[in-house]
Design a protein around this ligand. Structure first.
Ligand SMILES: *[C@@H]1O[C@H](CO)[C@@H](O)[C@H](O)[C@H]1NC(C)=O
Ligand SMILES: *[C@@H]1O[C@H](CO)[C@@H](O)[C@H](O)[C@H]1NC(C)=O
Ligand SMILES: *[C@@H]1O[C@H](CO)[C@@H](O)[C@H](O)[C@H]1NC(C)=O
Length: 440
């Protein structure tokens, strides 16, 4: 009797009968943690503090490195991080990084908290400086993994500096739940889609019932889910990490091998083909993804206990982005946010909570959306897909730009170029929406 019930239950989960019938209302109602602030709709401010005890403990751990292993002959980065670069970084973090000064840098912007669905959500909220004769448009700006709002510190003043083709941006940049200064869920099944709902509710709390979204990495994936689930809320989606990963898109990509020119401009072919070589490259870069999608807590124990492990893992992930254009301080500030708030594990869980049977069955990643979309690909982005492939998911792409420089962490690496692209995109969305111009 019970086993029959069990089989029925498991069966229904596998065919998605339970989760995929969640309505938007159901999604709204879920409380992901219980918090003293769970019935409190106020918006609070706080300042980031590096407690002296925490810093002293961190420095003690950084001083206790064991020489981990001897590299294989002739091997550089092929087996993972080349440990020869570690001493430099450990020394820098321990002895050169100015904790007092960087704490102040992190507090350049006012930090806000408000409780959404049981979770205290941290965000920056930057209003544009000049608004005379200018339409102010709201934009949600989302970071990814292993990132934080720190990635946007140089871009934010540029994005909000003034009037650009008739528009000025009002920006909300949150820490994703489970990251930085935002609470993690305390019950399972809080994946990218669920974060999307929390983000819509955050924007509503701030008075924005409709808004634009911009994201890279996970920020982009979450924005994409929002555009799919909430087409009437999302005015436009700008991404520097566009993905269309449905079975159909992958099949079309693979089939495109026969005659790539059907799918992609000749100048960009080598970013997509040969297909098998591209897949091999992606596999070699994404071992972390499989681990985090299955056993994030195991990894979390090691990286929570040792800042050197955290640093190693982080440097490996940054190297994947194909760039090293950040200052040491930017890189270590970002790590400090993970370390101080002990958020590596809860951030890494985003993979496990998103890449699972429930989400595969729900298949939001394969559902089309007609929300206006503008995409940009950096030269060294981890994955490139042409507009023809992206259109299988995004039916209303207004502009797809391929850059001939930069990498995965575009906002942090090239704040000037990033800001220009985002402002152009937002002005473009607005002019199409108001009919001033068909395509800008
Ligand atoms: C929040 O409100 C609900 C419903 O009134 C109540 O059951 C719950 O205890 C409240 N939670 C807190 C932390 O006050
Ligand atoms: C660290 O920064 C603080 C604040 O800017 C400054 O007063 C202090 O001299 C700096 N310490 C070192 C060792 O440079
Ligand atoms: C697409 O956007 C890029 C970057 O903003 C811009 O340079 C380009 O002119 C746009 N293309 C079209 C066809 O509007």
């Amino acid at each position: 009797m019970y086993s029959l019930l069990g089989i029925f239950l498991i069966g229904s989960i596998l065919v998605g009968e339970i989760s995929s019938q969640l309505t938007l209302e159901d999604r709204d109602k879920v409380k992901w943690a219980s918090s003293p602030f769970e019935n409190d709709t106020s918006i609070r401010t706080f300042t980031i503090k590096f407690d002296q005890e925490v810093v002293a403990d961190l420095r003690r751990r950084l001083s206790q490195k064991r020489r981990p292993f001897v590299r294989l002959e002739g091997i550089n980065w092929e087996y993972g991080l080349n440990p020869d670069i570690l001493d430099y970084w450990i020394d820098y973090w321990n002895n050169k990084y100015n904790f007092t000064q960087q704490e102040a840098v992190l507090n350049t912007y006012t930090h806000y908290l408000t409780n959404i669905q049981g979770l205290d959500i941290h965000f920056l909220h930057i209003k544009p400086q000049v608004t005379d004769g200018c339409k102010v448009v709201p934009m949600l700006l989302l970071h990814g993994f292993p990132g934080s709002v720190r990635e946007f510190y140089r871009a934010l003043p540029l994005l909000t500096a003034g009037c650009h083709n008739g528009i000025a941006l009002e920006i909300v940049a949150p820490s994703l739940p489970g990251f930085g200064y935002s609470d993690p869920a305390t019950i399972p099944e809080f994946g990218g889609t669920e974060i999307g709902t929390v983000m819509v509710n955050l924007m509503k709390r701030l008075g924005f019932n409709q808004f634009y979204v911009q994201g890279g990495d996970w920020g982009s994936i979450i924005c994409s889910m929002m555009a799919t689930l909430y087409p009437n809320v999302i005015l436009g989606y700008h991404t520097n990490f566009p993905l269309s990963l449905s079975e159909l898109s992958l099949a079309a990509w693979w089939a495109g091998s026969v005659n790539p020119t059907n799918l992609v401009d000749a100048s960009l072919q080598s970013r997509m083909f040969p297909f098998v070589a591209q897949m091999k490259r992606l596999l070699s870069l994404t071992g972390y993804l499989h681990m985090q999608s299955t056993k994030p807590d195991t990894l979390g124990i090691a990286l929570t206990d040792s800042p050197i492990s955290l640093l190693t893992y982080y440097l490996m992930l940054l190297a994947r982005g194909g760039t090293s254009q950040f200052s040491n301080e930017e890189l270590l500030d970002n790590l400090m946010i993970y370390w101080i708030k002990n958020k590596f594990t809860t951030a890494a869980r985003l993979y496990a909570e998103s890449f699972n049977v429930r989400n595969l069955r729900e298949a939001l990643y394969a559902k089309t959306t007609a929300v206006p979309v503008r995409t940009v690909h950096a030269q060294n982005e981890v994955i490139y897909q042409s507009e023809a492939i992206l259109r299988l998911k995004y039916t209303n792409i207004q502009n797809a730009t391929a850059l001939t420089q930069y990498g995965h962490f575009l906002a942090m690496e090239a704040p000037q170029a990033f800001s220009q692209l985002v402002l152009d995109a937002m002005a473009g969305f607005e002019s199409v929406a108001s009919g001033t111009c068909n395509k800008a």
